[in-house]
Design a protein around this ligand. Sequence first.
Ligand code: PLP
Length: 361
Amino acid sequence: MNRMKTLLAQIGNRKDVRTGAVEPPIYLSTAYQHPTLGQSTGYDYTRTANPTREIVEEAIATLEGGVRGFACASGMAAIQLIFSLFKQQDEIIVTEDIYGGSYRLFEHLQKAYEIKPVYTDPNDIEQKITSHTKALFIETPTNPLLMEIDIEEVAAIAKKHHLLFIVDNTFYTPYLQQPLLLGADIVIHSASKYLGGHNDVLAGLVAVKEESLAERLTYLHNAIGAVLSPLDCMLLIRGMKTLPLRLEQQQANAQELVTFLNKEPQVEEVLYPGKGAMISFRVVDNKLVASFLEKLKIISFAESLGGVESFITYPTTQTHADIPQEELQKRGICNKLLRFSVGIEHVEDLKEDIQQALREN
Ligand SMILES: Cc1ncc(COP(=O)(O)O)c(C=O)c1O
């Protein structure tokens, strides 16, 4: 297998045999003519299969070490696709520090379909298993507290109890972490983040380890229909090619900013797992938050992550707003906590921006 940087740079290259186009064409056609009755070119209707989408799907499968990939209309559509595997009375153990949108979807699935999320501290997973448990779902590092969960340890529990093991790998991407190779069955991504990388495409990706699971998901992906459009596939392909360059620069910036933030008198605590480009930090007083966010000149106060531009998010009122206040407090997501998605800008400009926004208070 080629090294990951090579795989990424060459996604889709030389796929168009007829013309030799280096970059893959965007197939917008929704329908494909059948050669004759009972025959197909392999493409019939674009929801079922599309040549541009296949390039992204093959890429994520290869990058994650899986057998098949699925490109969805958003990260949430990817999670919905996976949760369509479950039925009434099924229980899914979910580690509690997760994206608020996932929490919101799980609450809905419980109310509407009696598919029950069982939230847990990562250390208590095994104690939560019952005869109804069907799967384990984790995000690592956790969000927004950025604690790493040992994927191999959780995989051992999943294997012992014959449970499906699902990992949301949005924050690290396959460049930093490959959960399928550590024992997970399914990896999902909000590709709207690091994989897309430019805050201009909403997308979700899934990769699976086993053929039988791939078959079931192929059926559901087509049946549900929340597939990624060909134009968005191309935006995603373009973004993914430069993932290593972006992420290495973002990570280098993040590591320098951790040292800087630790020395800031107005910063009480810095949370950073040691790799990646996400940092969370607590300011000394929640009264500082509003003016700090308002005064930022380079870093955007905005609600996403993983793009080339730096963003700061306030989880309690933004990404995690759908989790009840008392749950947030219990989980340590307090109103002094900010989440920083570090971009590729010059790190000195980022430091100066934070400094002026904190100091003028
Ligand atoms: C870790 C994680 N998973 C899933 C999602 C949902 O992805 P999307 O916004 O692409 O639907 C997000 C979005 O912020 C996320 O941060």
